[in-house]
Design a binder for this molecule. Sequence first.
Ligand code: UDP
Ligand code: MG
Length: 311
Amino acid sequence: MNKVSIIIPVYCEEEVIQECYRRITTVFENLNDKYNHEIIFVNDGSTDRSFEILAEISREDERVKIISFSRNFGHQAAVTAGLKYAEGDAVVIMDADLQDPPEVIPEMLKEWENGYEVIYGKRKIREGESKFKLLTAKAFYSTINKLSDVEIPKNTGDFRLVDRKVVDVINTLPEHNKFLRGLFSWVGFKQYAYEYERKKRFSGESKYPLGKMLKLASDGIISFSTKPLKIIGGIGIISVFISIIILIYTILSFIFKWNNLTAGWTSLMCTMTFLGGVILISFWMMGEYIARIYDETKGRPQYIIDKKINL
Ligand code: UDP
Ligand code: MG
């Protein structure tokens, strides 16, 4: 019998865990135990009662496994840890808040049986999400698809079902800052876009404030594209051209006395500020890459596990 692993990152979700567990179990019961399943909850340093609730569930049901981090390492790190420990022939990644309905898992499993290896959830409708979130998400996907060499499908998150083969590949990738939805697209294999309706959060609030969202976006862009580094070159060349024109103009105006000295001051200031800006932007861009290189060379793990249950 095939085994299905479900990986669920959890950060302060005490209000939704029980319901999440109940709905997933029901889904597998309704499949008449066609598959074995395990649920791996990755507690990402929750500060509420999430861990206690999870520990309680895992005491009664040994199919429920828990990895608990020593602090909050972020959603991507939590999923990465789950992938390392998942034993299933198929692995589902989903959020705890039930925005990705577990009831669609059987449909995804059907596509998996049909031979697809990555079945990613594509959001047809997104209920209860702010205009701001929708707008920033759209801007992010169009930017990353323009900049990077790998196509990352729009309107997809981390909700997906992947074959063992793909999980093994992802697990052997050495990078520390894993941007999973990019990597799942980058590895290739037979991909299938499964359209579903993204629901409202079951309870509680989003654990993705703007800061975390920006971090995810910049990790995504920087780990999948070096174009920003090249754009700097373009800006630099343009600015050098503009300054040459200004230089010629200044020399001519000196020779032919078009202007007095105070006028020269204006152009000087323009060039200085403009070039200063370009240089600072360039340094910042390079800094972002160097910071990532630094992070990777340190070789620190993406997460630290404190406790494990049923594993
Ligand atoms: N999450 C996590 N660590 C974090 C932030 C979020 O493990 O630092 C989990 C969270 O518990 C949820 C999933 O990641 O299961 C998605 O988070 P959320 O629903 O808050 O994000 P949104 O749907 O608003 O983008
Ligand atoms: Mg959510």
